[in-house]
Design a protein around this ligand. Sequence first.
Ligand SMILES: C[S@@+](CC[C@H](N)C(=O)[O-])C[C@H]1O[C@@H](n2cnc3c(N)ncnc32)[C@H](O)[C@@H]1O
Length: 283
Amino acid sequence: MTVPPERDAYGEMMLAALEGEAGVAEIVERDDGLIDANITGPAMYFAPFRRWPAHHRQAMRFVHGRVLDVGAGAGRVSLYLQERGHEVVAIDNSPGAIEVCRRRGVNEAHLLDFADVDESLGTFDTIVMLGNNFGVFGSAAKAKRLLRRLRALTGDEARILAESRDVSHRGTADAPWHVEYRRRNVERGRLPGQIRIRIRFRKFVGPWFDYPMVSPAEMRDILDGTGWELEQTIDSDDTYVAVIKKAARGPAARTVRRATAAGATSRASDRRRPRSAHASSRR
Ligand SMILES: C[S@@+](CC[C@H](N)C(=O)[O-])C[C@H]1O[C@@H](n2cnc3c(N)ncnc32)[C@H](O)[C@@H]1O
C-alpha cells in the first residue's frame, strides 16, 4: 500500500528539504515510545556520489544493466546511475518522495509499494536497496515471498544490493533501551532487529511500518530456498551492503554455495559495528 498524502510525513520532510527550508530533521518514533531526531536532517538522501559512505560507493561497482531502485527516497542512487548510462526505474511508496525524485530529474519514478512490484515494470539486472532498505521487505516471511517473485523479474546474472545492519553487534555495550527492545522481539518470536516505526514531520504522522534489520547470518536464512544467495558483504563500521546473486537451481548446488558464502561473510561480519547514518532508533 502506498502512503496516503495526508500521512506522508516522510515525503513532506523531503519536499521541505528540497525547498531548502531550515531546521528539517528526520524524526523517527519507535513503537516502544523511543523518539529519535536526526538533527543533520535528510542531507544524506540528497548527497552527491562523492559524499556517500564508502560502502555505498563500492556497491555501485556491482551494478549492471537495467536497475530497479527500491525506496528511492530523493533519488540520489537513481540519479547517479542514470548519469552513468543505466536505465533506472525508481519506486517509492511515498508520494512526496516520488515528487522529489521527478523534480530532481529521475526519468522514471513510480509511486509503488515494493510488495506490488510485478512484470509490468519489465525485467531488471540490478535491484538496489540502499539506506538500510532491506527493511522495506517488512518481515522475513514477506521477504521470502517477494524474493521468489523477484527471481522471475530478473536476468540470470542479476544482483540485489541490499543494505542492512547487524543489531547484535554492540552486545552489552549497547544502549539499554535497544537491548530491551531486542529482548522483547526475541520473546515474541520476532527477529531481534525487527523494528516498528513511523515518521513524524511537523503535523504529519506517518503510518506504522515494520522494518527488519538483519545480520548476514539472518539474511542467509531468509534467502535460503528463495533462489537467491549471499555472495559477499561490503562492510562499514555501521551497516553493510549485501551483494545477493541468483543461486544455482537444485538443493545440492544451493548447499555448496551457501557454505562458500558463509565462509566469505563470517570474516567480514566480525569487523562490523552497528551505527545508523539515519536515525539511531531504527535499530
Ligand atoms: C531510509 S530511506 C532510503 C532512501 C534511499 N534509498 C537512499 O538511500 O537515499 C527509505 C525509503 O524507502 C521508502 N519505502 C519505505 N517502505 C517502502 C515500501 N514498502 N515500498 C516502497 N518504498 C518504501 C521510503 O518512503 C523512503 O523513501
